[in-house]
Write a protein that binds this ligand. Structure first.
Ligand SMILES: [Fe+2]
Ligand SMILES: [Fe+2]
Length: 382
């Protein structure tokens, strides 16, 4: 099987491969089934790092979270909203990323070491989706409410519609990376998912949930988010290398107009993310305010732009959450395996005790703040 279709120079794919003939897109000279010899060592390193971080949500104890969540006096309604909204956003956001890999970008990446990483990442996204099923099940949350927020909560829907539009462009059966314009479209998808979705849209949620953990609240959910954030850091690093690699191999795509298009995309995304944080925190909780997120989102967007060779757009934006960089440095050597619970607890044996004390929140977090409930997210046939 060749790595790609269509007319190309004659070549014999049965011969041992020349790694120098490998290309990230439109490779017509190398058998895509032969991983070695490796050309793109960065892709392989991200793969190895991802394997070293392997974890499963069910290895994290949720017992404390269950007790805290059912305590009617521990959390205000505003605090519960923050937790629910973030579970709602991530529960489907993870699937959007996984589906974008499998259904849109994978077949166009014609390099086996990059594909090896994409396969690993797709599995990690499935594990992340599993995390939210596990959180819902262990905390006895309304799964339909959590998993349907991307239709019902406007600030979540806007972010998801934004990236789903970029998936649709590449998922089209007739799409090929056979022209400058189409390679630009492909790179826009990568920027949308790796830089914006995984590099910006996830970060307000990380700050909010980890703020609870810093107060010794919802520590199980917090630990899950730490592991997800560690994975996402590698996902974004891979995306940055992939984007910069495609740019180096196809320099004609990187025009001033295309740079501006990408900057505009990031600016639009920053607007969505600031709105999302404001909708999660209408009055501020845990010492967090919408104003801080305004700064934070701009700060991280500047950092992301720099990684792909684009100028920062918000000079002077500061990080109001310096403690996040410590969490981001969570090293595997530090304590990941030490903190794993030794008695693995499946959701089936979590003790809920008397469930009549469960705080009834069904429906409260999905639609109270936003009146508009008509879905615009439909149209993509996953
Ligand atoms: Fe993920
Ligand atoms: Fe990811």
């Amino acid at each position: 099987m060749s790595c790609c279709e269509g007319p190309s120079a004659p070549h014999d794919l049965t011969k041992p491969i020349d790694p120098n003939a490998k290309a990230l897109l439109n490779c017509k000279a190398v058998d895509v089934n032969q991983l070695c010899p490796i050309k793109y060592t960065w892709a392989w390193e991200h793969y190895i790092n991802g394997c070293a971080n392997h974890w499963m949500p069910t290895e994290v104890s949720m017992q404390k979270d269950i007790e805290q969540w059912k305590d009617p006096n521990l959390f205000s309604l505003d605090e519960r909203r923050v937790i629910m909204r973030n579970l709602g956003f991530f529960s489907t956001g993870e699937s959007l990323v996984g589906n974008n890999i499998v259904l849109a970008i994978f077949k166009h990446v014609t390099n086996p070491e990059a594909r090896q990483y994409l396969l690993r990442q797709a599995m990690e996204e499935a594990i992340h989706t599993h995390t939210f099923q596990y959180c819902c099940e262990s905390m006895n949350l309304d799964q339909r409410e959590v998993f349907n927020m991307y239709h019902e909560v406007a600030s979540i829907r806007e972010k998801d519609d934004f990236v789903m539009g970029l998936t649709a462009d590449v998922m089209d059966d007739n799409f090929k990376t056979d022209s400058t314009e189409n390679i630009q479209k492909f790179v826009k998808n990568l920027v949308g998912f790796y830089i914006i979705m995984e590099g910006i849209f996830f970060y307000s949620g990380f700050v909010m949930i980890l703020s609870f953990k810093r107060r010794n609240q919802m520590v199980g959910v917090g630990e899950q988010f730490e592991y997800i954030m560690r994975d996402e850091t590698i996902h974004m690093n891979f995306g940055v290398d992939l984007i910069n690699g495609i740019k180096a191999e196809n320099p004609e795509i990187w025009t001033p107009a295309f740079e501006q298009e990408l900057v505009d995309l990031v600016k639009q995304a920053v607007g969505f993310e600031i709105q999302y944080a404001a909708a999660c925190l209408p009055r501020g909780v845990l010492g967090l305010s919408a104003d801080q997120f305004d700064q934070y989102v701009r700060f991280i967007a500047n950092r992301r732009l720099e990684r792909i060779g684009l100028a920062e757009q918000w000079p002077g934006a500061k990080n109001p959450f310096p403690w996040m960089s410590e969490v981001m440095d969570l090293k595997k050597a530090k304590n990941f395996f030490e903190t794993r619970v030794t008695e693995y607890q499946s959701a089936g044996n979590l003790d809920w005790g008397d469930t009549t004390n469960t705080v009834e929140t069904s429906g409260v977090f999905a639609s109270k703040e936003e009146k508009e409930t008509t879905s615009k997210s439909g149209g993509l046939d996953w």
